[in-house]
Design a binder for this molecule. Structure first.
Ligand code: SF4
Length: 130
């Protein structure tokens, strides 16, 4: 497993580019399922092993933004950090994702787009017409 340790970010999983289909039907580089010989061991390597109620369950994949983020942006310098958040007095749980750029060492505000350091945005995108 590709686990990296950072003093600022803790331990996180570095995606390998291999993608399995989640229980929600989308491909995600952080999902792992072992179905060999009738087994059904599934895990989310972004969330990792957490104690309830912050633990991963397959239903979280339905609303998780990670598959869309990784489809839109494949930057190898961007690290995703995910945790389970509870909303509506704990009745609903969702994956909250923050992105961090290893190169410029700062948070990425829009992970689908990236921070713009490696791949500078064209001037037409930076200077939006009024
Ligand atoms: S919760 Fe999100 S990151 Fe985790 S396996 Fe499901 S889709 Fe992937």
């Amino acid at each position: 497993m590709n686990l990296l340790k950072s003093p600022n970010l803790g331990t996180f999983f570095l995606e390998t580019g291999q993608r399995m289909r989640t229980p929600a039907g989308t491909e995600c580089p952080y999902f792992y399922g072992n179905y060999f010989r009738g087994r059904k061991n599934e895990e989310c390597r972004l969330i990792g092993e957490q104690r309830p109620p912050e633990n991963w369950t397959p239903d979280l994949c339905k609303t998780c933004p990670v598959p869309a983020i990784t489809r839109a942006n494949a930057c190898p310098n961007m690290i995703l950090i995910g945790k389970v958040e509870r909303k509506m007095l704990g009745l609903s749980r969702r994956v909250h994702v923050t992105a961090f750029c290893r190169l410029v060492q700062k948070e990425v505000q829009e992970p689908e787009i990236g921070c713009g350091h490696c791949h500078e945005f064209p001037k037409i995108v930076v200077d939006k017409p009024e």
